[in-house]
Design a protein around this ligand. Structure first.
Ligand code: NAP
Length: 280
């Protein structure tokens, strides 16, 4: 079994991004908008600031109060859309319940949509045009490429169908000519489908959902989830110890997909900056 070491690859990617960013006439700029006090979101925002520092980017953070209005948030996005020194805009999700997430995502200029969540980016992915890819599934593809896992002709199962992970993951695997099955909470024969997969990606958020009997011997197993076990430790959907002994490649949690997501955000911001400066 080989570990798909996302931490190591992410460090390599960020180093490449830093080197390329240093050659641009103007350094890339990322604005991160946080609304409210969600502790996990705060952690994510802090790590994005750190990543920007590592890559030599300019970064700004906006912390809006929990009771911020839709109009306030849209006005901020509009201002950031017009800023010459800001190449990427990221609104940290989830937003407080009273705000309309879809409308906020749609308000971000597609040229600055470094999260890849705008309907324009989603449409480009669907029809195979270039565009910003959602960071997590794009990070998984980079990890597979790094370890020489070619999806072409393979059977892939993606568990989870969210707009930010499951669906784009399935489309990216399809783009690379895998035969893809997408599973979700209403899938009746999850174990059977998973056990036929050469590449199994789980993005659900349920500890030990994927047990060893659901995994084909020699399969490539990618665990996107970030859950907490009964001791409060970070873990994924996959029953790691048992599955690792059957898999050919497997991502650890932590140190697998998480760091790749962050690295791809930096790549996307670099791309946005190059396009903004007419260099790509
Ligand atoms: P989400 O929006 O809650 O989607 C979860 C998906 O899992 C849904 O499609 C749901 O099906 C499906 N599901 C729920 N129970 C299931 C079951 N018993 N069997 C099969 N499918 C089931 O979550 P998300 O935003 O995609 O995130 C998924 C996980 O990835 C979470 O743990 C999250 O923390 C993690 N994540 C990690 C990263 C990273 O950087 N590593 C980034 C993003 C997310 P329905 O559609 O039928 O409800």
């Amino acid at each position: 079994m080989t570990l798909l070491n996302g931490k190591a690859l992410a460090a390599k990617i960020k180093e490449r991004v830093r080197e390329e960013a240093a050659t641009l006439p103007r350094r890339p700029g990322l604005a991160v908008v946080l609304v409210g006090n969600d502790p996990a979101s705060r952690v994510y925002v802090t790590s994005k600031r750190k990543d920007c520092e590592e890559c030599g980017f300019y970064s700004e953070e906006y912390a809006l109060l929990e009771d911020a209005t839709q109009a306030e948030l849209l006005e901020l996005v509009e201002t950031l859309n017009g800023r010459e020194d800001i190449d990427g805009i990221l609104v940290q999700l989830p937003l407080p319940k009273h705000l309309n997430e879809e409308a906020v995502i749609e308000a971000i200029s597609p040229q600055k949509d470094v999260d890849g969540f705008h309907p324009m980016s989603a449409g480009n992915l669907l029809i195979g045009r270039p565009g910003f890819l959602p960071c997590t599934p794009a990070g998984v593809m980079e990890l597979l490429d790094e370890y020489g896992v070619d999806p072409a002709g393979k059977r892939a199962a993606v568990v989870g169908r969210s707009n930010i992970v499951g669906k784009p993951m399935a489309l990216l695997l399809l783009r690379r000519s895998a035969t893809v099955t997408v599973c979700h909470s209403k899938t009746s024969n999850l174990a059977e489908i998973c056990s036929q997969a050469d590449i199994l990606v789980s993005a659900v958020g349920r500890t030990k959902l994927i047990t060893a009997d659901m995994v084909k011997s020699g399969a490539v197993v990618v665990d996107v989830a970030m859950n907490r076990d009964e001791n409060g430790r970070l873990c994924g959907d996959v029953d790691y110890a048992a599955v690792a002994s059957k898999a050919s490649f497997i991502t650890p949690v932590p140190g697998g997909v998480g760091p790749m997501t962050r690295a791809v955000l930096m790549q996307n911001t670099l791309l946005a900056a190059k396009q903004h400066q007419n260099l790509a």
